[in-house]
Design a protein around this ligand. Structure first.
Ligand SMILES: *[C@@H]1O[C@H](CO)[C@@H](O)[C@H](O)[C@H]1NC(C)=O
Ligand SMILES: *[C@@H]1O[C@H](CO)[C@@H](O)[C@H](O)[C@H]1NC(C)=O
Ligand SMILES: *[C@@H]1O[C@H](CO)[C@@H](O)[C@H](O)[C@H]1NC(C)=O
Ligand SMILES: *[C@@H]1O[C@H](CO)[C@@H](O)[C@H](O)[C@H]1NC(C)=O
Ligand SMILES: *[C@@H]1O[C@H](CO)[C@@H](O)[C@H](O)[C@H]1NC(C)=O
Length: 364
């Protein structure tokens, strides 16, 4: 969830990749991927070329120096899609194939959440979900995006719902993946939300088991995640002996390796923001008044944000769509990148503005 896809890339970069390098770093493909990611022909999945993201951009809004990318197909005549990453991550933690797939038919904006990656925040006040939504709205206004669609994952899915609750007059449709509307009645994962978040912040080996139902045995999702990690690390490395390295640095796409980093302090601030979101009032009353059409997506085996969160919320929000992916955990986009793009694209292409008054009447 909180571990947005973004968070996880960084979280796991240090451990499994380092271990894989120590075990078999001299394999023919020079891949740092773990052995279970080897393909039938003995090779490894190709790394992603992140050049399609275009240059790293910066803009000031709401007291924050935002780092962002804007890319994709601006001539398709559709609203831009703004993507909000999760806890512990950065804007680069979305699966690159998902970003590329979504960008084929619309403009896409990714950005670092406040205090993550290269987005510098002049405030040191505690982070909150509602505060992040307000800051993000300032960013969208500064970019002069017209009725953008919004998609968030985990922590980002909570921020996306807070945007739909508060600012729907300025937004299009909203997708929340593994997110929550908060409140004391929201389901908690086994062990409690705070304990699960602490495990994700610590990024120990068990955090892989939290985000994929079979942990590293779910090789499609796990290897997609690890391939993304490897792609990013290669893109920002400057190893002279590696021909694919450094191109993101040199082309200004990912300007510095620290663009991939989030401090433990900030991860804990994000964890505390989620804790407060669950302790506070639910967004449901405001969401029932939202003019944004909402899609709730979840892996049916999510161990971080229980999938009952989405079913409960869908029942409370008359205008919400619900997609549950049967064999998927929290990182559903890494387990099913193609289906994820198809579902989100189909929803956004068909989404209409909702008239809350009509919905209210229909409901009564
Ligand atoms: C945030 O600060 C870092 C370190 O000074 C700097 O490299 C980066 O460009 C800043 N981010 C933005 C968006 O200006
Ligand atoms: C952009 O989208 C339009 C409309 O869907 C499509 O016809 C066109 O081929 C796309 N352009 C690119 C470069 O993919
Ligand atoms: C992964 O597979 C191993 C070997 O079968 C098993 O011991 C382990 O429990 C599995 N992990 C998960 C999270 O299912
Ligand atoms: C990535 O793609 C760009 C544009 O297609 C190309 O110029 C560049 O050589 C590629 N870089 C790598 C490392 O493959
Ligand atoms: C519902 O939305 C309308 C129009 O934006 C607003 O005036 C009203 O205060 C909202 N009500 C609630 C309960 O949020």
């Amino acid at each position: 969830m909180m571990a947005g896809a973004a968070a996880l890339l960084l979280l796991f970069a240090a451990t499994p990749l380092a271990a894989a390098a120590a075990n078999g770093g001299s394999s023919a493909a020079a891949s740092q991927l773990p052995p279970q990611c080897q393909l039938a022909d003995g090779g490894y999945p190709p790394i992603s070329n992140v050049t399609f993201l275009g240059p790293s951009l910066a803009v000031q809004a709401g007291g924050i120096e935002w780092s962002y990318h804007r890319f994709g197909n601006a001539s398709a005549g559709k609203p831009p899609l703004v993507m909000i990453h999760g806890l512990g991550g950065t804007q680069y933690d979305w699966p690159m194939s998902v970003l590329q797939g979504l960008a084929a038919a619309r403009e896409v904006v990714i950005f670092d959440n406040p205090r993550a990656g290269l987005s510098n925040d002049s405030s040191t006040a505690p982070l909150s979900i509602e505060g992040m939504a307000a800051s993000t709205m300032e960013l969208l206004r500064a970019l002069e995006l017209e009725q953008p669609d919004v998609q968030g994952f985990s922590l980002g899915g909570m921020v996306a719902l807070a945007l739909a609750a508060e600012y729907s007059a300025e937004l299009g449709a909203v997708v929340s993946v593994g997110g929550s509307a908060g409140g004391a009645d929201a389901p908690q994962p086994q062990g409690g939300m705070d304990a699960v978040l602490r495990a994700i912040v610590e990024a120990g080996p068990e955090s892989i088991d939290l985000v994929f139902p079979g942990g590293a045995n779910d090789t499609v999702g796990y290897c997609n995640l690890m391939t993304n990690v490897e792609s990013l690390q290669l893109a920002v490395s400057t190893q002279a002996d590696n021909p694919g390295s450094g191109y993101a640095l040199h082309a200004g796409i990912i300007p510095t390796p620290s663009a991939l980093a989030v401090s433990t302090d900030v991860k804990n601030q994000q964890r505390e923001a989620i804790d407060a979101f669950y302790a506070g009032p639910s967004l449901v009353p405001q969401l029932r008044n939202s003019s944004s059409q909402i899609l709730l997506m979840a892996g049916s085996q999510d161990r971080v944000v229980p999938p009952s969160t989405q079913t409960q919320l869908a029942a409370q929000l008359i205008a919400a769509g619900l997609v549950q992916v049967p064999d998927a955990g929290h990182l559903v986009a890494f387990q099913h990148p193609d289906a994820f793009v198809r579902q989100v694209t189909a929803f956004l292409d068909s989404a209409q503005t909702v008239n809350p008054q009509q919905i209210g009447r229909a409901h009564v």
